[in-house]
Design a protein around this ligand. Structure first.
Ligand code: GLU
Ligand code: MG
Length: 453
């Protein structure tokens, strides 16, 4: 849709409000609710925001002094091609915004512009990247004020899905109405964790469909009396919620560039695919910081939990950082395509940042013709001895957010990909968040210290 078409359909659909939204470095959606009559202004000139909006921590502190309240504005300009009606709110539309400076040039803090730059560079150097976001989320209730899982059942069984039928029906209907294709849903753990796969696509579109999916999931769960959460590890006893990112690469004619059935390593990966994969491994620490950016993320990334604690890759192995997705041979109806599944991220990330990091890391791997080293095929990384891990190159990934941020800070490729403003703002906001864990006194401390010392 172009601007005129957006205005015409908003009028025809009797839209009352339009949400104009962008995502800040720590993955919080920010924006403004416009009366329909003011939509032309958002589409043309944009709506101004203090630059501080993109430099705020989860405790709402402004974390970058140069982006303080004295530092002026950027303008959020609605992208008409992203217009949808939000089916779960009355008479309300939604658009994503590009952030521009006073002269209308991309503002250096615009995540969409940074992702477009990455995609354009990838298109020149490699081909067209596709991304598929496979998000797991948990349905949670409160009991005496404490969060508690909503179900007790079995994973991959239908009882939980049947019990949540009204929620799932609503969710699928809402996604379809927003032009998002839901493919399949499953109960991922025995406590009410649900995974819903939506179709892969071009990076920017895939990121924004994923964003809309998350908001719909949270909103509709609330309407059904539950908390729908993408917190990575809400309960110690239960498997956490991952955001598995499926990465593909094609040429302009649509041919898959990762697939090579004659690859003698058995991975069915082209040389390009191997280098891209090696780039992901080489930047694993930085990818962890950007894709698993919360204190809680590191309570999910533990050995023996179906989520990766070590660097490394393999075919048919869900304990590794990157899974080379297995396929049936072409003769058995298998696809003639290969995908890489990055298994570390979670739903607390800024998905634009995750996409930027993955593409930049892959490009770097190809540029430097990196080798991914031996595969961990057949090994559950949780079961390997230290000596075997050493031999196979299965190093521990950063164990805490603190460690991951330190690795990210030294990663020049990812710094360059995000640009200094977004990179600096992300680091500062995350360090502010970490600081709060060092100062706020937790239940755990009372258990350890209050009555024993
Ligand atoms: N829930 C697991 C995770 O935290 C993943 C399970 C699966 O392989 O889908 O990543
Ligand atoms: Mg899953």
């Amino acid at each position: 849709m172009n601007r005129e078409q957006v205005l015409a359909s908003a009028e025809q659909q009797e839209i009352a409000f339009a949400q104009l939204e962008f995502v800040d470095p720590v993955g919080i959606g920010r924006g403004v609710l416009l009366a329909r009559e003011h939509l032309p202004q958002a589409l043309n000139r944009g709506i101004n925001f203090s630059v501080s909006t993109m430099a705020v921590s989860l405790d709402s502190h402004i974390v970058v002094p140069e982006l303080g309240v004295q530092a002026g504005d950027f303008w959020a300009v609605a992208d008409p091609s992203t217009y949808v009606v939000l089916p779960y709110l009355e008479r309300t539309a939604h658009l994503f915004a590009d952030l521009v400076d006073a002269d209308g040039r991309p503002w250096p803090g615009c995540p969409r512009a940074a992702l477009r730059r990455q995609c354009a560079a990838a298109a020149q150097e490699l081909g067209r990247v596709t991304l598929g976001f496979e998000q797991e989320g948990a349905l949670v209730k409160r009991e005496n004020g404490r969060p508690r899982w909503a179900h007790e059942g079995h994973f991959f069984n239908f009882d939980i899905l049947n019990a949540e039928h009204p929620f799932l029906l609503d969710l699928v209907g809402v996604l379809r109405a927003m032009g998002i294709e839901p493919e399949k849903a499953r109960a991922e753990n025995q406590f009410g964790q649900i995974e819903l796969n939506i179709r892969y696509g071009e990076p920017l579109a895939a990121v924004e469909q994923h964003w809309r999916f998350k908001q719909a999931f949270r909103h509709l769960a609330r309407r059904h009396g539950l908390i729908g959460t993408f917190m990575p590890k809400p309960f110690m006893e239960a498997q956490g919620s991952g955001l598995h990112l499926h990465i593909g690469l094609r040429d302009s004619a649509g041919h898959d560039l990762f697939f090579d059935p004659d690859d003698d390593s058995g991975l069915e990966l082209s040389a390009l695919g191997r280098h891209f994969l090696a780039g992901l491994l080489a930047h694993s620490g930085g990818i962890l910081a950007l894709g698993s950016p919360s204190v809680n993320s590191y309570k999910r990334l533990l050995p023996g939990t179906w989520s990766p604690a070590h660097s490394g890759y393999a075919v048919g192995n869900r304990s590794v950082f990157v899974r080379v997705v297995e396929s049936r041979p072409a003769a058995a109806g298998g696809p003639s395509a290969k995908r890489l599944e990055l298994r570390s991220p979670d739903g607390t990330c800024n998905p634009y940042f995750l996409a930027i990091a993955v593409i930049a890391a892959g490009r770097d791997g190809v540029r430097r013709a990196l080798d991914p080293g031996p595969a961990l095929t057949g090994h559950d990384t949780a079961e390997l001895s230290a000596a075997e891990r050493e031999r196979l190159g299965a190093r521990f990934l950063p164990r805490t957010l603190d460690q991951a941020l330190a690795v990210l800070e030294a990663d020049e490729v990812l710094r360059e990909a995000l640009g200094p403003l977004l990179f600096g703002s992300f680091l500062a906001a995350k360090r502010d968040e970490l600081e709060s864990y060092h100062t706020v006194i937790s239940e755990r401390e009372y258990a350890h210290y209050l009555e024993h010392f």
